[in-house]
Design a protein around this ligand. Structure first.
Ligand code: NCD
Ligand code: ZN
Length: 343
């Protein structure tokens, strides 16, 4: 089979690259995985809640690899007033990420209620900024990790009704219910789908911390709905890997291990594997390259490279880096039928 060459590299609309040594280790894997546009999440420690801090972080990323287009976000917290939104829009910041308090890695400063943020959302709507929602309700009472996303969907619909022109992305959607809800909303609402949620189900993370992320992978029927949405050709569903590196020591603790699956070095290959298995390779370029770019309409740095997909058997590297800060990639040591080449 001839390699499949894309017109442009992929665009990944949900990326965690951290800071410091971890950033230096992980940022080079963005391009290596076939991606030239990375939408950067703000859940650093402490989180990015000031425009100047986001811009300083962008400069640090540029120092590691200046050829990637980094699309920047703020972390929604009480510091993000309408004034900050106007300042952020002027500074070229694209989105605001909303984490419900306590649902995932570094979400301690997240929101408990959306109501106090209505003026902020109104300012974002005015500035045409994007609201990126981590769509889960915190576990409590009848809510648990398997229904946390479904329980959040009325909030998604409510925010969309209140702010119909506000572009909203339901991040890393994991359930058939979420896919249906996003389809029911107007064109300002879209969803990202990760690489790992296209193959994982609950059994794969119950007993394997490396497959544990939030939102958790759910039932086979949910995974099938995600594959169907990603391969459907609907522009409402596009790629955001949610690649989330954690030091191996934090993943391999007996308990209290970190949530996050690290996919960056092979992101496009993982997705290609699933699309090929379902006979939908013809839909891959739209999903990983075009639909996200169209939704966001961001200014991109020009690139003089693209990617070609080769139907070739490769074994995923067991580890990125060395020592306690090394990171275990998704499917470490397992075979993949697709390889991405930079051309
Ligand atoms: C992410 C992380 O590690 O930063 N973890 C995860 O399980 N997905 C945070 C997030 O996106 O929820
Ligand atoms: Zn994430």
């Amino acid at each position: 089979m001839e390699p499949i060459k894309f017109l442009k590299p992929a665009a990944d609309f949900h990326v965690h690259v951290r800071d410091g040594e971890m950033m230096k280790l992980v940022v080079p894997t963005i391009r290596q995985g076939g991606v030239s546009v990375a939408y950067i999440m703000p859940n650093l420690v402490p989180p990015l809640t000031a425009v100047k801090d986001v811009l300083a972080y962008k400069s640090r990323l540029e120092e590691v690899d200046s050829e990637v287009t980094y699309v920047m976000t703020l972390y929604l917290s009480t510091a993000i007033t309408p004034e900050v939104i106007h300042e952020a829009a002027k500074a070229g910041i694209t989105g605001v990420k909303c984490y419900p308090a306590g649902v995932t890695t570094n979400s301690d400063y997240g929101v408990n209620s959306y109501v106090p943020y209505y003026p902020t959302f109104a300012a974002m709507e005015e500035e045409n900024m994007v609201l990126n929602l981590h769509g889960e309700c915190p576990s409590a009472g009848h809510i648990h990790v398997l229904n946390a996303e479904q329980e959040f969907l009325p909030t998604l619909k409510d925010l969309h009704t209140r702010f119909p022109k506000l572009r909203i992305v339901l991040e890393h959607c994991t359930s058939a219910a979420a896919v249906a809800a996003v389809k029911e909303c107007g064109p300002t609402v879209a969803a990202t789908i990760t690489a790992h949620h296209l193959s994982l189900i609950i059994d794969n993370w119950a007993g394997n911390a490396h497959n544990y992320c939030k939102p958790v992978a759910k039932l086979p029927s949910d995974r099938d709905a995600l594959v169907e949405a990603a391969t459907s050709g609907s522009p409402k569903f596009f790629f955001g890997s949610d690649s989330a590196p954690h030091p191996v020591v934090n993943k391999e603790k007996a308990k209290g291990y970190s949530a996050g699956v690290f996919t960056q070095p092979n992101v496009v290959a993982y997705v290609a594997d699933v699309f090929a298995k379902t006979g939908k390779l013809d839909k891959l370029e739209d999903f990983v390259c075009n639909f996200g770019r169209n939704f966001y309409n961001i200014a991109e740095k020009p690139t003089d490279w693209t990617i070609a997909l080769k139907n070739e058997n490769v074994i995923v590297d067991p580890l990125l880096g060395t020592g306690p800060g090394a990171v275990v990639p998704f499917m470490a040591g397992e075979p993949l039928d697709w390889k991405v080449e930079i051309v």
